[in-house]
Design a protein around this ligand. Structure first.
Ligand code: CMP
Length: 139
């Protein structure tokens, strides 16, 4: 089915000026970028976005990292976009990611792993709404 998923290109990627290389991987996979903006998250925005991880030992460092520089938040659309983007990203830990995935080829570490993507059909719509009004999404 035609789906939408949410993506963040993380601060390690904006810092290294490789956002175009990452967007090329996204578009080459057949996914379409139907909304996009570059933002510097506030601590409150980052904590709210990752609230599900609040009790995890890495939460503080994750939030510090996500506010360490600008990010690009995007809505991606395509057939089975949620699972497709997870394939394109590769495993959370780049050491475990398959060759040819964004994280294998670009990520610096499990924390500075270049991209975030929604993990399922329950989270994708909420993550999209967290950053985008309906009128900002142009499919
Ligand atoms: P992301 O898909 O953005 O969701 C939560 C993030 O926490 C994850 O990608 C990783 O970048 C980050 N993270 C940092 N340490 C860990 C860890 N030990 N296990 C899982 N995720 C981690």
């Amino acid at each position: 089915a035609l789906e939408r998923t949410f993506s963040i290109i993380k601060p390690d990627a904006t810092r290294r000026n490789i956002t175009g290389k990452i967007i090329d991987r996204i578009e080459s996979s057949g996914l379409r970028v139907i909304a996009s903006k570059r933002v510097h998250l506030t601590r409150e925005q980052a904590e709210g976005f990752y609230a599900v991880h609040r009790e995890r030992p890495f939460f503080g460092e994750l939030v510090d990292f996500m506010i360490s520089g600008p990010v690009i938040v995007q809505v991606l659309e395509g057939e089975n976009a949620i699972a497709k983007y997870r394939e394109v990203m590769g495993a959370t830990n780049p050491a475990d990611a398959e060759p040819g995935t964004i994280r294998k080829d670009f990520a610096e570490s499990i924390e500075a792993n270049s991209v975030h993507g929604s993990d399922g059909g329950d989270t994708a719509p909420n993550e999209i709404k967290y950053f985008f009004e309906d009128g900002e999404i142009v499919g």
